[in-house]
Design a protein around this ligand. Structure first.
Ligand code: GDP
Length: 614
């Protein structure tokens, strides 16, 4: 209902806007200054800046929201929208005029001093499986190939660029939010805009929602491509309604999300999609300085049998040139050769350009940062600095957990507790979400960033790392791989089956009153090979450590076959009469256990400790 009302409102607004023309009334007259920014024009005309930028692009003018345009241009756009523009007389020129002039000057100055120039947007395609991500990437790539090349072009690297009206757009060729968030989890965000592909015959599906949450968590704007409009069952309006229900309201429904109907199969709507991507890019005001040593991010890497280590880097700023000395991750080398997305040798790569680079001896990792430096000395200094940073990072908690969130709030490090909520059934999501978000206070906001049904999976863990979130499951568990990754990366996972307990725990965590939960960590195993007497009655197990280690602080379980005969703490740990703190695999030692004297040869000792978790 909400959405159809919204739609009605939007239609009414549109009618009112265009009413002047359709009802034959006079065109609205509007006064505009000699120069004004796109934003000011949009505010004066009460038309969305997106709409204005689109019309400017069609008129061959690339302008972002802050860009200043002259009266003549503004008048053409205004006329296009049904307004008659008149020049505001100088004497009457008000604040806006002066402001925009001042704005113009300062904007120009800023750009001159920083050397920043517009750069192409980097786009990732996301959406539900089978909705046409790959096909769309293909259609976009082919849309750009000049006829003589058609068929002859094979893409060589994991990203490509297309030309749109003389402007470039870069597409990453690994579609899906999983790859996108995995990059972010490694600390690299290369995407500027997300294209959300939704099949018009299938509508919004679980992975569509996941993709929306992942893009939102990253703060990346979304352009919706409603695909498969060629299919008989296509229903773009239903898609728009479903999107509105999750707060993604498209423009023609009065919202500000750009949506474009396309058919990847029939290559329809592709240039409209590209045009809209340019519009959003203009709004984002993407800039980089091409006149400095390059920086970039590794987006793929491999060992080529004939050529050696190869990696594809997406240049984020500066210009990368053949011969440059580069540091990548913790390795350095010199750019021997570079190849563009069609496999052609190139000598340089400017911001937002993907290139394949030959010049390292080892294969770097995806997500590694590449940096151009002066020489070998500078390279080794940077590598040393990076090593130190990595070890420092390991000391600082990289993740937020329910047990450390209070600490982090107190230190002013955290202002929001972001949660991934997984439940068994859809119906539980809203009530739990509401109860959790109600716990927000002035000091800290509680926000459910992503929610869905099912077990906690790898992509949830990646999102938790990338955006520092905690994961809470209600009546669910974790997939085995996901659990292992969570443990390795220190991501906080908690599971409940009573809502009250969950909300109570989060409330306590926010106040620093949550008692931590403990998980058992097995340190190692030993085998009793002899039993000695020490003192009057005390027995010591002459043991051999078969695996892991035993420490003086370990707890121990004495196992006889499958039977646990005792569990307690270690009272003494000795090697050749000396008290020791730890004994590792392959060594013998004497172990005394508090309150237990009935060791038998062949008993297995399991050493463990309880650790705070989540
Ligand atoms: P992905 O899993 O999102 O990458 O989806 P694919 O690109 O592999 O497409 C899934 C299926 O939908 C394939 O069989 C495509 O041929 C088909 N498909 C993709 N786009 C369109 C379209 O615009 N129209 C029609 N009719 N089929 C499409």
């Amino acid at each position: 209902m909400v959405s159809s009302e919204r739609k009605k409102d939007a239609n009414q607004a549109a009618d009112e806007k265009s009413g002047n023309e359709t009802s034959g009334q006079k065109t609205a007259v509007i006064e505009l200054p000699a120069a004004l920014s796109v934003r000011e024009l949009s505010e004066t005309l009460k038309v969305s800046p997106v709409d204005i930028i689109k019309r400017l692009i069609r008129a061959g003018i690339m302008a972002n929201i802050n860009q200043v345009i002259d009266f003549k241009t503004a008048a053409v756009i205004a006329a296009d929208l049904g307004f008659e523009a008149r020049l505001k007389r100088r004497a009457a020129a008000g604040k806006t005029d002066r402001l925009s002039e001042a704005g113009k000057q300062s904007a120009q100055k800023a750009d001159q001093t920083t050397g920043l120039l517009p750069r192409p947007p980097v786009v990732t395609i996301m959406g539900h499986v089978d909705h046409g991500k790959t096909k769309l990437l293909d259609a976009i790539r082919k849309s750009n190939v000049v006829d003589s090349e058609a068929g002859g072009i094979t893409q060589h690297i994991g990203a490509y660029q297309v030309d749109f009206n003389g402007q470039k757009i870069t597409f990453l060729d690994t579609p899906g939010h999983e790859a996108f968030t995995a990059m972010r989890a490694r600390g690299a965000q290369v995407t500027d805009i997300t294209v959300l592909v939704v099949a018009a015959d299938d509508g919004v599906m679980p992975q569509t929602l996941e993709a929306i949450d992942h893009a939102r968590a990253a703060g990346v704007p979304i352009v919706v491509a409603i695909n498969k409009i060629d299919k008989p069952g296509a229903n773009p309006d239903r898609v728009k309604q479903q999107l509105a229900e999750v707060g993604l309201v498209v423009e023609d429904w009065g919202g500000d999300t750009v949506s474009v109907p396309v058919s990847a199969k029939e290559k329809k709507g592709i240039s409209e999609l590209l045009e809209n991507l340019m519009v959003v890019a203009e709004l984002e005001d993407l800039k980089a300085d091409p006149n400095k040593p390059a920086e970039g991010t590794v987006i793929e890497a491999e060992m080529d049998r004939t050529r050696g280590a190869l990696f594809t880097v997406l240049v984020s700023s500066g210009t990368l040139k053949v011969g440059d000395t580069i540091v990548v991750g913790q390795d350095w080398g010199r750019v021997k050769a570079m190849f563009n997305d069609t496999g052609k040798r190139v000598k340089k790569a400017t911001p937002s350009t993907p290139v394949e680079v030959l010049g390292l001896s080892n294969v770097p990792q995806v997500g590694d940062v590449m940096q151009v430096v002066d020489d070998e000395k500078a390279a080794t200094a940077i590598i040393e600095k990076r090593r130190q940073e990595i070890s420092k990072e390991a000391e600082i908690a990289r993740t937020v957990s329910l047990s450390n969130v209070f600490d982090q709030i107190s230190k002013g490090k955290v202002k929001e507790l972001g949660i991934i909520l997984k439940t068994d059934v859809q119906g539980s999501i809203e009530p739990i979400k509401t109860s959790l978000e109600k716990l927000s206070s002035d000091e800290i906001k509680v926000r459910v960033v992503h929610s869905s049904t099912g077990n906690v999976n790898e992509s949830d863990i990646m999102l938790a790392i990338a955006s520092k979130l905690v994961i809470i499951g209600f009546n669910t568990g974790a997939e085995p791989g996901a659990k292992a990754t969570a443990e390795r990366e220190g991501v906080s996972l908690r599971f409940y089956n009573i809502i009250y307990n969950m909300v109570d725990d989060v409330a306590k965590a926010l106040k620093g009153m949550l008692t931590p939960t403990f998980v058992e960590v097995i340190d190692g195993h030993g085998e009793v090979r002899a039993v000695f007497t020490a003192g009057k009655t005390e027995k010591v197990a002459g043991s051999y450590i078969t695996e892991g280690k035993v420490t003086r602080n370990s707890s121990v379980r004495v196992m006889r076959g499958k039977l646990k005969v005792f569990q307690g703490t270690i009272s003494s740990l000795r090697r050749f009469k000396d008290d020791v703190r730890e004994v590792t695999t392959g060594f013998e030692c004497g172990i005394g256990v508090d309150g237990f004297n009935e060791f038998q040869v062949g008993d297995i000792l399991e050493f463990f400790r309880n650790e705070k978790s989540g």
